[in-house]
Write a protein that binds this ligand. Structure first.
Ligand SMILES: N[C@@H](CCC(=O)N[C@@H](CS)C(=O)NCC(=O)O)C(=O)O
Length: 279
């Protein structure tokens, strides 16, 4: 397992780094970012929050714009931000910003041409944590969070693998991809036409049927341009009522879909995850 260090920046007493590595799962070279808090320099293993970004993002958006590192340094949490899809010249792509590179949707594609590289579910659940835990001073305590497409990824991954995550959270997640334009386009391309397969990657479907609960917090801005057509938090809320899932859903007047919203509430999410990671 060789990985290449691409950048290093000291921040709040810890280290923000980018690495490149060959991913067996995705069959291409991938980049990820990791923030190691000061506590990780003292020979202590720190817990990890995985952050999954939204459409058009790379490993950089969250680290540069969310304002998370000061709080991660205080709480002693590492943050890992993978890219949002496989990348490279030989990797299938689409002209739209919502399919192909930058839009992996955290599923394992079964349909050509996407099935050669687009296995972001396996990458995030298996290969990346194995690499992180073998390389850095981190424990096997994991939480997961994300934004928009990455919010969908965080909620679905934690509900599919509840034993692997202490807590999950999301900003402006795509709550019901089976019924919204972004989700229908991506799921048709990556997973084919079978709606039963789609349902296995739909946060609302998973929440409705859940019997095992992961602590969860979701925040949504009410001036988000994507709210009604793409995000549908009311569907997740209704699903939680069916299974009695203890969903904390916070709706915020005036906030939009951007990192200005995320940076306003990221501290609450990090403290929420820290409480569950340190149990
Ligand atoms: N309409 C936008 C959709 C993309 C978008 O809003 N992306 C969000 C995630 S869904 C984001 O985080 N963008 C990058 C950023 O703000 O740094 C576009 O055409 O690019």
């Amino acid at each position: 397992m060789t990985i290449e260090n691409l950048s290093v920046n000291k921040s709040f007493g810890g280290w923000q780094k980018q690495y490149g590595h060959h991913s067996k799962t995705l069959n291409c070279t991938m980049r990820f970012a990791i923030y190691l808090p000061p506590q990780a320099s003292n020979g202590k293993k720190v817990p990890v929050l995985y952050w999954l970004s939204g459409l058009t993002c790379s490993d950089e958006n969250f680290m540069q714009k969310a304002g998370a590192l000061r709080i991660a340094a205080e709480l002693g949490i590492a943050i890992v931000a993978p890219d949002t899809s496989p990348r490279g010249e030989g990797v299938a792509d689409d002209e739209g910003y919502d399919l192909g590179q930058g839009a992996g949707f955290y599923v394992n594609a079964t349909q050509a041409p996407w099935n050669r590289h687009y296995h972001m579910y396996d990458y995030v659940v298996n290969e990346l944590p194995e690499l992180i835990e073998a390389t850095f001073p981190v424990s096997q305590q994991r939480s997961i969070s994300g934004h928009s497409m990455g919010g969908h990824g965080a909620l679905t991954i934690a509900m599919l693998k509840p034993e692997r995550y202490s807590s999950m959270s999301a900003f402006s997640p795509i709550n019901n991809p089976m019924t919204c334009p972004w989700g229908k386009k991506a799921f048709t391309a990556y997973l084919g036409k079978d709606k039963a397969t789609w349902a296995k990657h739909d946060a609302s479907e998973l929440m409705r049927q859940a019997t095992q609960f992961v602590p969860v917090k979701v925040d949504q801005g009410l001036s988000d341009d994507f709210l009604t057509e793409q995000l549908k938090p009311e569907v997740l809320e209704a699903a939680a009522k069916v299974s009695n899932y203890p969903l904390e859903l916070n709706l915020h007047e005036g906030y939009d879909h951007s990192y200005y919203f995320i940076s306003s509430f990221i501290e609450e999410h990090l403290r929420f995850h820290a409480n569950h990671l340190n149990k």
